[in-house]
Design a protein around this ligand. Sequence first.
Ligand code: NAD
Ligand code: DAU
Length: 348
Amino acid sequence: MSKTILVTGGAGFIGSNYCRYVLQHHPDYRVIVLDALTYAGNLSTLADIQQSVDRTDRFRFYPGRIQDETVVNGLLRSERVDYIVNCAAESHNDRSLLEPGSFIQTDVYGVFILLDAAKRHGIERILHVSTDEVYGTADTGRFTEQSPLAPNTPYAASKAGGELQARAHRVAYGTPVLVTRCGNNFGPYQYPEKLLPFFITRLIDRKKVPLYGTGEQVRDWIFVMDHCSGIDFVLHHGTPGEVYNIGADCERTNLEVTHRLLQLLDRPETLIRPIPDPRGAAHDRRYSVDASRLRSLGWRPTHPFDTALEQTVRWYVEHQTWWREIVARPDYQAFLQRFYGPYLGEDL
Ligand code: NAD
Ligand code: DAU
């Protein structure tokens, strides 16, 4: 049956890939994007979608912030929306350590505005995309949906705050909200501030890559399209009020991942620059996502890490216009100077 999905944050990394996923896998669905086009949101990220749906009414873009009540309610009055998938967020831990305020605005208050609007407009389902970082660090064992919330950065705490709003809305008003928690994503169109796109783009240019501390921290990686298939599976088959982990059982240390990038791009080890850990005590040592609940319902990731990583590196090599336009911006360069300048100096 034909549905219309509002994807908030659809001009970002996961949101845009989710739009691609829906347009490809649900030929009768419409997708509407609401995005504030912050530093991390780019219309160029949606250019291929705009072209592919040219002359159809399957895709529409609205600029605006999710915490702007007037914009959100106006949109839901003028468009018939069945589902909301919230990918809008401030999403980078390092930035949250510098300036936490915007994280609370978007990741907590913005989620509240979306939940409130979903209730008012009788939205069938609203899925809130969250993160495994709400669990904090997994020194032993794995994160299950029952693990306690113990966030360690302002970003992770804001995401936990958004989730608690979702929980309370379900209990207090019966809002049909579902929550997903996923580990570290990688793939095309990821803003070059996160480990993989940051290192890949710098290594393409033969620049040094700043590895925090010893590089022994473990992240649980998943290709973005597997995350998107998980979101879509939960949206259609999940139970409102429930939380679902999404993961691909792929733990790697940062050092291992960095060495693999050096191999794929044929670059020397001397390009690794270990730096004092800028996250300090807030740096989670290990993430480990137990997604057996979702798997027991029939969902599976289908992209093995090694081939997906190779494909991702190739994508950045072949799409240099997309990321070079971003890294040339003054705000990008200013962030690098502020955050990495003290460590990298002339190698920046
Ligand atoms: P991103 O930073 O690439 O994109 C975020 C998008 O949201 C951008 O397009 C930005 O313009 C938009 N946005 C920001 N504030 C907004 C606001 N107030 N109103 C409307 N739009 C706004 O982030 P991402 O990596 O795509 O992450 C998307 C979601 O997935 C986030 O909720 C994040 O917490 C979650 N998540 C990310 C990962 C990961 O590895 N990237 C893993 C698990 C969960
Ligand atoms: O686990 C899910 C989370 O994964 C998401 O919720 C976040 O939105 C997403 O940004 C990501 O968070 P991380 O903090 O784990 O991702 P990041 O790519 O910033 O860092 C990954 C690891 O690499 C982390 O241990 C810090 C390290 N690192 C990162 C950067 C940017 C470095 O060593 N050097 C770097 O320059």
